[in-house]
Design a protein. Structure first.
Length: 224
């Protein structure tokens, strides 16, 4: 007759003394339960390049805090405004722009007052539920509006003017005192401002802004 195998009782043992140590209960983590929000990155335009106002950022944060990443949420400007230290009209304007940017999606009819954050950019929950949300909402890609494009173009133009001025200063310093500390310092400044200008122009271009001729020429000259 085969011997019956006894079940093993696993315990924690102090290797120094041989004493059986009681297992400590797991301490709840700050992210347990309704934990954290995933924010998407990738080919789509980034949030920080959209020139969002403080109130618009606040509305996004309010939606996150009230479950708007994975579920439709009722947002009444009159109720939300005092919480965000704002006015109902400002909240209405913020919601309207976030809808236009596709960061916020309207759930139901135009007067429903119910919204959800775009799951392309914000999500909270399991991957399986994320896939279901995509199938249900068919979320559009986040896209810049006229305000974001105008701001990006203005920043690009300002950056190129600064870069050209720094380049001229560096050339003058080199002509006056070649190899001096002043020439080296102004050249380093010119290189840094040129890199910033290239980034600003490329950002505007990547957002879909139509670059004027002067910016296109600058980008060609600076990157060749």
């Amino acid at each position: 007759m085969a011997a019956t195998r006894r079940a093993r009782n696993l315990v924690l043992v102090d290797q120094a003394t041989g004493e059986v140590v009681q297992k400590k209960e797991r301490v709840n983590h700050a992210f347990d339960g309704k934990g954290y929000t995933l924010e998407g990155h990738g080919a789509e335009v980034s949030n920080f390049s959209l020139n969002l106002s403080g109130a618009e950022w606040d509305v996004l944060d309010w939606m996150k805090q009230h479950g708007g990443c994975a579920n439709p949420v009722r947002l009444e400007p009159a109720d939300v405004a005092p919480v965000l230290c704002s006015t109902p009209n400002t909240i209405k304007s913020s919601v309207a722009r976030l809808l236009k940017l596709n960061l916020l999606l309207r759930i139901g009819g135009p007067r429903s007052g119910t919204y959800q954050l775009n799951p392309r950019r914000f999500w909270e929950g399991s991957g399986e539920d994320h896939v279901k949300a995509f199938a249900r909402l068919d979320p559009p890609a986040v896209k810049p509006d006229a305000k974001a494009l105008a701001t990006a173009l203005k920043a690009a133009q300002k950056a190129t003017v600064t870069a050209r001025s720094a380049e001229e200063t560096a050339d003058e310093a080199h002509a006056t005192a070649p190899g001096s500390k002043l020439a080296q310092k102004t050249r380093a400044t010119a290189d840094a401002t040129r890199a910033s200008a290239i980034l600003a122009v490329q950002t505007a271009q990547n957002l879909g802004a139509e670059l004027p001729l002067q910016l296109r020429r600058y980008l060609q000259e600076a990157t060749k």
